[in-house]
Design a protein around this ligand. Structure first.
Ligand code: FAD
Length: 375
């Protein structure tokens, strides 16, 4: 079968934006998505996350977000918007297809060769790849001594589905990001909540509107250019409290933040050293631990392409992988937000089109030379 101009892996905000812009540029492609339904990560969010809770979902290219009830669940509203978008723009999404590997088809290291995309026993060949697999499928939990012996319940924030199951329990929330702040806001009125973080949280000064989002994106961009693992844009923006967190604030939970415990016991956690709000030997009894400790990029399927820089991340020039210009990464590092994903989708399509045009011209020139049609 004729190779495709491009394959987009993932149909979240980043993948749909890329597909829209590839189509506009006439690049034959498919979008392979592991989920059974449209919506990317949004379809898996907690039922309790409403449109009033999200920090703003950017519209997809050329399609305004419908007016929505702020009380409606984001996991319903956003997937419905994505589904409608795929239909209206007739985007070539194929699902469920979980890609397990992307390899060079021919000689390793030939930057003009084809790529083979493998999913189970199905394969596709393509000239370029746009990776848009997000982070949701790769929750991160840090190592803390003694965790296997802890007899209480543990869950990552990606499995958190509202406060109902926690009423009356002693809950330890781990993590210094927006998810931790949000989950504490929901749990503190119904449960006995304690908060631990690795570093002291950085609270954003002033009003939310004054926040310099571009400066935060620039910080993450700089890391990715240097081939370091990206930090989330949210992690560099600082934290802030919204009206939804007011009850938890009044209960003082955010002020009683403690450092990470030294180890877990069967029934809780222990600190071996003095720190902010704790003394060496302190023990805290805990029924449930919520790991609000973030995610890592889903890129294992790209490992045959050897894209990683010595710093451990994938170095990018814009959205293009420095180690292999056939590959674009969108929704990665600086573009890991809905607005960033949108822009990255366009940048990736422009880069793909440019590469395909350059390759076609190089091939025509080679054929001219071979047939002696160059004077
Ligand atoms: C709780 C929470 C709230 C957030 N709120 C906001 C907000 O308010 N505003 C904002 O801008 N951002 C927010 N974010 C971040 C935002 O959700 C993401 O940056 C953005 O939606 C990610 O889009 P994406 O397309 O990169 O990834 P995703 O939406 O995760 O889509 C990735 C797609 O790739 C597919 N996939 C993964 N692996 C494979 C594979 N191997 N083969 C095939 N398909 C694969 C998945 O099935 C999925 O459909 C939030 C994040 C969290 C966790």
């Amino acid at each position: 079968m004729e190779p495709l101009g491009s394959i987009v892996v993932g149909a979240g905000q980043a993948g749909l934006s890329a597909s829209y812009h590839l189509r506009r540029r006439g690049v034959p492609h498919v979008v392979l998505d592991a989920d059974a339904a449209p919506g990317g990560a949004w379809q898996h969010r907690a039922h309790s996350l409403t449109m009033a809770d999200v920090h703003g979902v950017a519209q997809l290219p050329d399609e305004p977000l419908p007016d929505v009830d702020p009380a409606a669940a984001a996991r319903d509203v956003v997937p419905a918007y994505f589904a409608d978008y795929e239909r209206r723009h007739d985007l070539p999404v194929v699902r469920p297809v979980a890609v397990h590997a992307v390899r060079p088809a021919g000689e390793d290291g030939d930057p003009h060769g084809l790529l083979v995309v493998e999913a189970g026993d199905r394969t596709w060949t393509t000239r370029t790849l746009v990776n848009a697999t997000g982070t949701w499928r790769h929750p991160f939990v840090p190592y803390v001594a003694g965790v296997p012996g802890f007899r209480g319940r543990q869950l990552h924030s990606s499995r958190y589905d509202g406060p109902a199951a926690f009423a009356g329990l002693r809950v330890l929330v781990v993590g210094g990001g927006a998810s931790a702040v949000q989950i504490i806001g929901e749990l503190a009125p119904v449960a006995d909540v304690s908060w631990v973080t690795r570093r002291a949280p950085v609270w954003r000064d002033g009003e939310v509107e004054e926040f310099d989002g571009r400066a935060a994106v620039a910080l993450v961009e700089e890391r990715v250019r240097r081939g370091l693992p990206p930090r989330s844009v949210v992690s560099v923006t600082g934290l802030f409290l919204r009206p939804q967190e007011e009850a938890a604030r009044r209960l003082g939970v955010y002020d009683r933040r403690r450092p990470m415990p030294s180890r877990f016991t069967a029934g809780g956690v222990v600190w071996d050293r003095d720190g902010a709000g704790v003394r060496a030997g302190d023990h805290l009894a805990v029924d449930v631990v919520v790991w609000a400790t973030g995610f890592r990029p889903v890129v294992d399927h790209l490992s045959p392409l050897r894209l990683r820089a010595p710093g451990g991340g994938i170095a990018l020039d814009g959205t293009t992988a420095v180690a292999d210009p056939r590959v674009q990464l969108v929704g990665y590092g600086p573009s890991a937000s809905t607005i960033g994903a949108n822009r990255a989708g366009r940048a990736a399509a422009v880069a793909v089109r440019r590469l395909l045009t350059a390759d076609a011209e190089a091939q025509a020139a080679a054929e001219d030379a071979a047939t002696g049609s160059v004077a």
